[in-house]
Design a protein around this ligand. Structure first.
Ligand code: F0G
Length: 459
């Protein structure tokens, strides 16, 4: 007998209490935080879906690994364990640990980009974009057209537009020092990229002599989608699929806070000897010696074990299903979300849900505030507050106004998800009462982290 219920493939050994607050307390907390969920005290949040980054629960094997951390400054045993784990999956030659993903981006872009360059990607994550722009380069997003339509069903909405990729390369000779694909496409709805798309992008880049990189943060989730959605992969293991994905690239940046199952860490991996040497020199300057790269030996141990666990089929099956479980409940209640559901998060389409709020009053931000106020849920806006501010200081509305509910790995159970659904359905019912917001104070880059907002005038 094959039973239908997909269970959490673990049991819980340690628990951490979470705290209920009243609506009135949350109203005060919001005001004090300048209506910015990043500025809340985490204790005032009941269910924290701000990010799946570094927020997951580690396994007993990871904790045990941490006790074996070798804290030697140079040549630590833990580094070699970490290097072996990364090499088994990626097959890449030089493995450079960093304290998290954005450090890998900064080091790579610092060495590979110059002002005026263009970096094509399906969709850059905000730190990737900011690091490219910091170097004076243009971060060009070229997802397939289907990827920009929240309600359209497509198995691989994260795919890069191959024609646009080739056009960018041929029309800008000497100006595209590398191209990237982000798996899964976080800013585009957590949507996967097919193996065929990765392979073709790689062929295009290599035909023109351009190195091709993966932003590999959620490589295991992407591998699972390839397994269940792409012809020819059903019988392959997630490890074999991941290995094939990496076989097409010249390097990758990685945040081990996602599919590394760790609370901190990342790496840059690449084949080019000269570029690797240059990156290691910068690493020593800013992160640490190349066998620890800003991490403790025990962090490297946790990542080495995590990279193994993240590719277990039972885990990935449960992981992707638990996100789809919430998605199914929302879809059947008519809540507009990005479909099909992605790997690590649900993305509510706030533009469709709140048509009465114009984009310059940030509908997705307003919705994220309402979810906190009504149910103590913390989400994140992926819309015009995050992406609207241009490098020249002008404002351009984002392509989509999304609220992301990101699931920390192995953290919440089904009853938490049932509660979430109840809150979101309630907020959907009262949506006509939600009002827009305006920005009161804002830093010049990555403004969503620290900006202060207020209910829009007249709201
Ligand atoms: N690339 C992608 C696709 C990401 O999602 C992130 C982080 C990074 C790079 C940077 O990695 O945080 O370790 O420096 N995303 C988190 C998120 C913060 O909430 O989606 P990092």
């Amino acid at each position: 007998m094959q039973f239908r219920t997909i269970i959490e493939p673990f049991r819980i050994k340690t628990v951490e209490p979470i705290r209920q607050t009243t609506r009135q307390e949350r109203e005060v907390a919001l005001r004090e935080a300048g209506y910015n969920l990043f500025l809340l005290k985490a204790e005032d949040v009941l269910i924290d879906l701000l990010t799946d980054s570094g927020t997951g629960a580690m396994s007993s094997a990871q904790w045990a690994g941490m006790m074996q951390g070798d804290e030697s400054y140079a040549g630590a045993r833990s580094f070699y364990k970490f290097e072996t784990a990364v090499q088994e999956i990626t097959g890449l030659k030089h493995i450079i640990p960093t304290h998290q993903g954005r450090a890998a981006e900064r080091i790579l872009f610092g060495s590979a980009l110059k002002p005026g360059d263009i970096v094509p990607n399906n969709t850059h994550f905000d730190t990737t974009r900011a690091n490219a722009e910091y170097r004076g380069a243009t971060a060009l997003d070229i997802p397939i057209a289907e990827g920009r339509q929240p309600h359209l069903l497509h198995p691989f909405k994260g795919n890069i537009d191959l024609e646009a990729l080739e056009k960018t390369i041929t029309e800008n000779p000497g100006k595209v020092p590398l191209a990237m694909i982000t798996v899964t496409n976080n800013s585009g709805g957590g949507q996967p990229v097919s193996m065929a798309n990765i392979r073709s992008a790689s062929e295009i880049c290599h035909k023109h002599g351009i190195p091709f990189f993966l932003d590999a943060c959620r490589f295991a989730e992407n591998a699972w989608f390839i397994k269940v959605r792409e012809k020819g992969y059903a019988d392959k293991t997630p490890l074999a699929i991941a290995q094939e994905m990496f076989s097409y690239v010249d390097g990758c940046t990685m945040s081990a806070k996602k599919d590394g199952m760790a609370n901190i860490g990342g790496f840059l991996a690449l084949n080019d000897d000269a570029l690797a040497q240059e990156c290691k020199n910068v690493l020593i300057l800013t992160e640490g010696f190349p066998t620890y790269g800003g991490l403790a030996g025990y962090d490297l141990e946790a990542i080495a074990v995590g990279l193994h666990e993240v590719l277990e089929e039972d885990y990935l099956h449960y992981r992707i299903r638990s996100v789809a479980y919430l998605g199914d409940k929302l879809i059947s209640a008519g809540v507009p979300i990005v479909q099909p559901t992605g790997g690590h998060a649900i993305y509510i389409d706030a533009k469709t849900m709140l048509p009465h709020i114009p984009q310059n009053e940030y509908p997705a931000w307003a919705l994220s505030l309402a979810l906190y106020l009504e149910g103590g849920i913390r989400s994140v806006e992926i819309g015009s507050v995050m992406f609207g501010l241009q490098p020249d200081g002008s404002e351009k509305p984002a392509a989509m106004e999304l609220v992301r509910l990101a699931f920390p790995r192995r953290m919440y159970t089904q009853s938490h998800v049932d509660y979430l659904a109840e809150v979101i359905l309630y907020v959907n019912e009262i949506r006509s009462r939600i009002r827009g917001v305006s920005i009161v104070e804002s830093p010049p880059v990555l403004r969503h982290f620290t900006a202060r907002l207020a209910p829009a005038q007249g709201s």
